[in-house]
Ligand binder design. Structure first.
Ligand code: G4F
Length: 324
């Protein structure tokens, strides 16, 4: 039985990854922040299953800023594979919390790399990098060879973590992999990301609980995939003979406005009656058009995204209606 350690196990990707690894007969360990709910939201079904919780799924209290707690958790788990997903992941908030973002997202990655390197049997290491490292790219679509050019504090912190992961691979012989993840969504997405914000609002407006939806720049374009597809890619990245970097993307661009139209249409409402743009929600800097080329992941990992943008938004709207 392989053992895996996941930072950020309580989040969207961490919880889907835990489910995937458990289905593949792993023993799964996850770090949770002291004082957090311990995965009440997305891990509740796993925690309620007496055949799983404390048998093949274990949670350790360890903040990514606390090297001692992380070391203890890693020593107890003795993992074969480490998946580092924890970060301050909201790009907009990274402008308000610049230092915190760099500490958690940038230094947190370096801290974990250093701890992993010093373990008696260094495990394989996956770093959840981001398309935000490309910021304002000179080429489109972006792939593993595209020069980094971050324009947000979050993108900058992720660039640091990405480069450190490469340095530990090249100089310390660590089996270290960067997954350069473009936007990926699901009903488990945090409420302050634009897909979930729109789908939640649409369900609330449909049920008469909300009157309008205020958004920032609806002309912004992104390459939106589905989180369950990307988590499969994350796992595949660590199952190869040699470590490398991979772009996970769909190769298709959509506007925020497309999400608005799809989501309102799904409940039979005219978006024009409810949506308002607000200057305060525009970011000081925002990548305009991030779109990835996943050819390498397809060729080497045999990875293929299976769930479309339209299916993902429809699933998210249905989940919000059900929740209400
Ligand atoms: O959903 P978002 O907040 O995602 P963003 O900033 O692209 O970042 C996400 O994807 C990255 C991968 O590329 C991850 F690394 C990162 O951790 C995160 O998961 O915003 C998407 C777009 C942006 O252009 C934003 O300006 O939507 C625009 N937007 C317009 N109105 C809004 C809003 N975003 C949010 N969150 N809220 C709005 O009201």
């Amino acid at each position: 039985m392989k053992r895996a350690f996941i930072t950020g196990i309580e989040g969207q990707d961490g919880s889907y990854l835990a489910e995937l690894l458990l289905a593949n007969h792993y023993e799964v360990h996850g770090s949770i922040r002291p004082g957090s709910s311990g995965g009440e939201k997305h891990l509740s079904a796993l925690k309620a299953d007496p055949k799983i919780f404390q048998k093949t799924l274990f949670l350790h209290q360890a903040d990514v800023e606390d090297a001692n707690a992380l070391r203890t958790a890693l020593e107890q788990a003795a993992p074969d594979e480490v998946y580092h997903l924890a970060s301050q992941s909201h790009v907009g908030q990274s402008f308000e919390k610049v230092e915190e973002t760099c500490r958690i997202t940038g230094m947190g990655t370096l801290r974990l790399l250093e701890l992993v390197r010093k373990l008696p049997q260094p495990p394989r290491f996956f770093h959840a990098s981001s398309s935000e490292i490309f910021g304002s790219p000179e080429q489109s679509p972006q792939d593993e060879t595209t020069p980094v050019n971050p324009i947000t504090p979050y993108g900058s912190a992720k660039t640091f973590g990405t480069q450190m992961t490469r340095i530990y691979r090249r100089n310390f012989g660590l089996f270290a992999v960067n997954g350069i993840l473009f936007n990926h969504e699901s009903p488990r997405r945090g409420e302050n990301f634009v897909t979930r914000k729109i789908c939640r609002a649409v369900a609330a407006i449909k049920s008469g609980k909300q009157k309008e939806l205020t958004l920032g720049d609806t002309s912004a374009q992104r390459d939106w995939g589905n989180a369950r597809d990307y988590v499969r890619g994350i796992w595949l990245g660590l199952q190869q003979q040699t470590p490398d970097d991979y772009v996970f993307a769909t190769g298709r661009l959509h506007r925020v406005q497309d999400i608005v139209e799809l989501a309102f249409e799904a409940v039979g409402l005219d978006w024009q009656k409810y949506v308002r743009q607000e200057k305060q929600l525009f970011r000081p800097a925002d990548p305009r058009q991030l779109v990835g080329n996943p050819a390498k992941a397809k060729r080497i990992l045999g990875w293929e995204p299976q769930i479309s943008f339209e299916q993902t938004i429809a699933e998210m709207v249905q989940a919000e209606l059900k929740a209400i």
